[in-house]
Design a protein around this ligand. Structure first.
Ligand SMILES: [Zn+2]
Length: 149
């Protein structure tokens, strides 16, 4: 059985690897650490949701979403709500999350009882316990494993 610390370490490795890979445009090396959502102009009046593209900072003009855009020929797009969320979860945030997961591993290393799953699977009121459980939930989402033991 995988220990909570091992789950956290596995998630940290995956997250750090994926975020680091996404830091740069593989064609030209442009920095893509920070992402922005650029809303697209629309003249639709039929209630179609707003759309957007994702660009990298500081190179705001370059989309990091690629494709032909289908029959519209207007280039690749996502719904604006999805674009704003994608931009929020950029590689810079991924690396910060990886650092936070490392802190949870350090907590378990310093206080091994935090690595023991409670009988009901829920954290107690202890702040460190709640922090480790929250980090484990994130790790399990990244690892694609169940969120409850
Ligand atoms: Zn506890």
């Amino acid at each position: 059985m995988t220990s909570p610390a091992d789950e956290l370490r596995a998630a940290t490795l995956t997250l750090r690897e994926r975020a680091t890979t996404a830091l740069a445009n593989p064609f030209n090396g442009d920095n893509t650490q920070h992402w922005s959502c650029r809303l697209r102009a629309t003249n639709r009046t039929d209630g179609f949701p707003p759309t957007a593209t994702i660009t990298s900072d500081p190179d705001l003009g370059k989309s990091i979403i690629h494709g032909g855009g289908g029959r519209t020929g207007r280039g690749p797009w996502v719904f604006a709500a999805h674009g704003e969320y994608i931009a929020l979860m950029d590689p810079a945030l991924g690396l910060l999350f990886a650092d936070w997961l490392d802190v949870a591993v350090d907590l378990i290393d310093d206080y091994p009882d935090l690595g023991h799953i409670h009988i009901d699977g829920e954290p107690c009121t202890d702040l460190a316990c709640r922090t480790v459980h929250a980090a484990l939930a994130v790790a399990r989402q990244i690892n694609g494993t169940e969120t409850t033991p």
